[in-house]
Design a protein around this ligand. Sequence first.
Ligand code: GLC
Length: 756
Amino acid sequence: MFGRIKDYKTEGNKVNVEFEKGSGFIEIIKDDIIRIFSSIDSVERNSKAICEKAGDSVKFNVSKDENGVKIVTELLTIVVCDDFKTDVYDKDGQSVCSDFRGEREQVQRISDEDRKLLEGEGHSVGEENGNYKIQVLKKLDNVKAFYGLGDKTGFLNKAGYHYEMWNTDNPDPQVDCFKALYKSIPFFIALTTGRPYGIFFDNTFHSYFDMGKESQDYYYFAADEGDLDYYFMLGESMADVIKGYTYLTGRTPLPQMFTLGYHQSRWSYSSADEVRQIADNMRKNRIPCDTIHLDIDYMDDFKVFTFSEQRFPAVKEFVNDLSSEGFKIVTIIDPGVKAEDGYNIYEEGKSNGYFAKSEDGSIYKNRVWPGTSVFPDFGNGDVRKWWGDNQKYLVDMGVRGVWNDMNEPASFDGPLPDNVVFRDGDRVTNHKEIHNVYGHFMAQATYDGLKKYDGRRPYVITRACYAGSQKYTTAWTGDNHSIWAHLQMAVPQLCNMGISGIAFAGTDVGGFGSDVTPELLARWVQTGCFSPLFRNHSAKGTRYQEPWRFGDEVLDIYRKYVELRYRLIPYFYDLFHECEQTGMPVLRPLILNYPDDKEVINMNDEFMVGDSILVSPVVNPGQTKKMVYLPKGVWYDYDTKERIDGGTYIIKDAPLDICPVYIKAGAIIPNYPVQQYIGEQKIEKLILDVYPGEGSCTHYQDDGESFEYQDGVYNEYRFANCDGKVDVEIVHHGYKEKYKEMEIHYKGDINIIQME
Ligand code: GLC
C-alpha cells in the first residue's frame, strides 16, 4: 500500500519516512517504546488515552541501507522497510516482532445459499473476514501466548481467538464466542520465546484483533477507519511491558481506603427504608460493609441528578444517618437524559447545544430507562465540564462515589446510527469515532467533578471504557449471570483487565442475572474477596442475593471471606500504592510472576494477589477437592500452615468453607483487625503475618482519603524477615499518625515491636 521507501528525515524524536504512495513516522518515546504512525484520512486527532510522553531526551541513531531505514536506540533496533513493513530487534539483535510479508488468507466459511439457510433458523454465521481499511499483520513464529485486550470473555491466553473492540451491551449470558463486551482496550502483550512485547493500537473506531485464529503464520489488528497508530513496547518481563503501557496511558490512582472494603448493591434498593434495612442487616449479621450502591430507582422517574422525594425523602439526613454507621452511598448515573420539558438537566443541555445531534441538526433521541432520552456529547470539553459540575448535586447530598452505567452508550431502540454527530474537542465527528470513548469521557467528567466538589480521591465505577480510563475510574465487568461459567470466567477476565491497565476491577459477586444458588454464592465470595473491587450486585427479578438470604452455613462462609478481606486491607492498599507507581496490577495471572513456568501460560483458575498470595479458588459445583498448581519455591497453606514444596500439582481438600490460598515463603503480610467498616477502629498497631523463609516488603500508610500524600504526607516502612526475625525501618515519615506497635505473628507466637 505504501510502496517503496523514497527518503527519510529525522525531526526531534520522530523519523519521518516518505514512501512512493504515502508517508509515516516512527516516534521514539523511550529506549524501549516507539510509536508507529501514518495518517490515513488527513484528520488531526488527539489521543484519548495517552497522558504523557518523554522522548526528547532519548538518544537514537538513524541510517539507511538496502534493507530500509534503521533506527537504533539503547534497547531496540527498528528497521522500516518498503510498504512500511516494520521489524523490531532487541539489544542483542534477536528478532522480537516482525511484520508479516504475505497476503491474508481469509477463512473459507460458507456459500451464500447455505448462509441463508442457516440464518433462517436464527444461526449467526461468523463474518470477521473483511479487508479492513487499516490492517497490520505480524508474524506469529515466536509467540507463545497473548494476554490483555481488556475486558473480554473466554480464557487467559487469547492466542487463537478473534475479538472486536466495539463497546457492547449484550445482557445474554456472555460466553467464549462473544467478540466484544462493554470495554475497548486495544492493548495486548505477546509472550514470546525471547523478550515479551506489548502493542497498543490507539484507534477508537470499530477495531479487530485476530490473535492467530485466521492463520498459523500471522496475527493481525485492524480497524474500519482512523489512523494507523500504534505503540510498540518491549520489556525484560511482562511487568516491564505493563509499566510501559501504563506510563503511556496512565495508572490507577491510589483510591480512598474505604473503596477497598465490601460493597453491597442490588437493582434496586429503591427506598430509604429498604437501604436502612440492608444496612441494619449487615451490622446485625456482622458482615463488614463500607458501601451501598443505589441503582436507578433512587431517582425521580430515572432523571439523572435527582432523588425521588417519595422514596428518598430527606436525602441528606438519610445519608448522614448511614454515614454514622460507617456506610457510604454511591449512586448510579446513566448518560441518557430524559427528554422532558422543564427538567433542568434537559433544558440546560438543550439550550447550550450539549447533546449529540442527528445530521439534520436536531437533537438525537433514543430510548433508555427514562423513556425518550438524549445523550450528552462528552467529546466536547464544555459538556464534560458541565457534567462534572452536576456532580455537585450528589456531593452536596453526601454521596461518596458515582457509578457510570449504560455508557457504551446503550440504547433500547436500536444502536445509535453511525452518523450521529459528536464533537472531539473542536472537531465535528460522529458516533463511529466516539462510541468506544464515550464511557471514557463520561468517567473523566465524573472524576473531575468529584475531585472539584468533594476534594477527596474520587470513586467512580464504570461499565464502558477505553484504554487509559484507569486514570479516572474503577470498572466492573457488567451484566454477568449467576452461572458457574461466569465464576470461572471471572478469573481470566480480571487478570486480563489488570494486564490492560484496569487494575481496580471486579465482577458482580454472585452474578447479576439469573438466580444464584447458595453453593455458587459461597464460592463466588471466595474469589470476590480477592478481587480489587468487591461488590455483590444482582438484577431486578432475580433472587435476592444478600449474604443472609441463604441460611447459616452460607452466611458464616460469607462472613469468613469478607472478614479475610478486611484483615488484608493494608496488604491491598500497599498493592494499590505499588500500582500507582508501576502499573503492576493488584490481581495477577501467575504468568506475570512466573514467566518461565510453562505450566502457568494457560492457568485459568488460579491467580496471585501481589507477589505473596496465591489463590486457587473452587469454581465448579460439587467440587470439594481442588487440584492446585504451585510454582517452584516454598509455599505455606494459609489454612493449615503446612509447608509445601512448589513446582508441582497438589490436591487440596476444599469443602465449601475452604478456598485454597497459599502464601509464599518469607512473606510478610500486613493485616488490620477485622472492622465492620474502614475507620471503625483507630489503627495504632499493624499486625504482620510472617512466614518462614526470607523476604522483605514495603508498607505504605496515609490518611486513606485525601490527596495530601502527593505532597509527602505519608509513611513508608520497610520490613525484612529472616525466619520470623523481623526488622522494621521507617523510610519515609510524612504522616503524623504513625503506628505505635507492630504485632508479629509467626508460627503461632505473637511478638510486639514497639515503635518509638
Ligand atoms: C445495567 C447495569 C446493571 C444495573 C442495571 C439497572 O444492566 O449493567 O448493573 O443494575 O443496568 O441500572
